[in-house]
Design a protein around this ligand. Structure first.
Ligand code: SAM
Length: 354
């Protein structure tokens, strides 16, 4: 009988290797457990102390024995602790599911564990087999068209993006040499989280948040809350058709990942056509290493998520450089990881190129 297992490998090692795969297979169960915890607001109910499961079940209006098992699983994956039998508290990771945390990812968890994403992922094999977007296969339209017709989920998506961007935006505003004056246009800027951080750091700058009508729906309220209504305009439009002219700096954060190369080139060509020759383009987002490794798993499963949900892709530096060269831009600098895990690519219109 042939075997691929060396006789030198102990049973214990084989069990460990198997457990490593089984844990990864259980990843979807972990995601569901976190998604339900976020949906039920369990972290808000637990707060900073340890709470008995009976109280949590009553306040969440759920089945107590099932909740106990959910919470024990959250303990097992490092989201909660059980300091005394039947009492549950949050770890630092779990505390990020609290709505009142400045670093909250509760809406992000609710969005990325939302049925529209989970059902799309069920068609991953369809995408891998055919190259067709699972989201479109399941819902009959692209994700942004769908969001444009579903206000409540669209608001959740915009808020989830804002939660995801908050720290990176503040960090970028601190480390990047933004100009002191002029106008920054944030393309696909959602509710204006990035511009809020930049304008707060540079009182002499003005801003324009540009996004689709559903994408900017939460921006006026968010900017008013930040006291930036006078310094920041909100414009709805389609970056395949036109973007605001007259800006000095055009920021595009976490947008190109949503699109395949043809669409990414189309967006870049629109930018090139509308931005002044003296303006700068700042692409902020993930830049994949040229070869896959284990250093940044999130970047790789985000790439897969883009393939499934949006039909887009994360890109390497050389892939970004090629897109920019083909659309009339010259790369001025590349700061890998300059904004936390995110990278910053600075490009300017190349003379005589359109
Ligand atoms: C992944 S989100 C990124 C949002 C924000 N830049 C951030 O980093 O948090 C992509 C954004 O692109 C916007 N978008 C999609 N299609 C668009 C279009 N045709 N024109 C303008 N914006 C669009 C979406 O509404 C969404 O806000």
């Amino acid at each position: 009988m042939s075997s691929t297992v060396s006789p030198d490998v102990s049973v214990a090692e084989r069990m460990r290797t198997r457990a490593a795969l089984i844990e990864r297979i259980g990843g979807y169960m972990t995601a569901h457990a976190i998604g339900v915890a976020a949906e039920l607001g369990l972290a808000d109910l637990i707060g900073s102390g340890a709470r008995p499961v009976e109280e949590l079940a009553e306040r969440a209006e759920v089945h107590e024995p099932s909740l106990r098992r959910l919470l024990r699983t959250l303990v097992a994956v490092g989201v909660a602790t059980e300091p005394e039998p039947g009492r549950f508290a949050l770890t630092d990771v779990g505390a990020l599911l609290r709505s009142d945390s400045p670093d909250s990812l509760r809406k992000f968890a609710r969005m990325f564990c939302h049925p529209i994403f989970f059902t799309s992922w069920q068609s991953l094999q369809h995408t891998v087999t055919t190259g067709e977007r699972a989201f479109d296969h399941t819902y009959g339209t692209g994700v942004y068209d769908w969001l444009g017709r579903n206000d409540e989920t669209s608001a959740l998506f915009n808020e989830a993006m804002s939660e995801e961007s908050t720290i990176a935006a503040g960090y970028l505003a601190e480390v990047h040499p933004f100009p002191e004056t002029g106008t920054v246009v944030d393309l696909g800027g959602g509710d204006g989280t990035l511009l809020t951080a930049v304008l707060n750091a540079r009182p002499g700058l003005r801003g324009i948040v540009f996004d689709s009508p559903s994408g900017v729906a939460q921006a006026p309220a968010a900017l008013a809350k930040a006291g930036l209504t006078d310094r920041c305009a909100v414009e709805a439009g389609d970056f395949f058709a036109a973007v605001p002219g007259g800006g000095d700096l055009y920021v595009v954060k976490s947008v190109f990942q949503d699109w395949g190369d043809d669409e990414a080139r189309a967006i870049l060509r629109t930018c090139r056509a509308h931005m002044p020759e003296s303006a700068t383009l700042l692409i902020v987002g993930t830049v994949l290493p040229e070869r896959a490794d284990t250093s940044a798993p999130v970047a790789f499963f985000t790439d897969l998520n883009m393939m499934v949900v949006a039909g887009g892709r994360e890109r390497t530096e050389s892939e970004f450089r090629a897109l920019l060269a083909e659309t009339g831009f010259r790369v001025r600098s590349v700061g890998i990881g300059q904004a936390g895990p995110l990278s910053v690519i600075e490009a300017v219109p190349a003379p005589d190129a359109v």
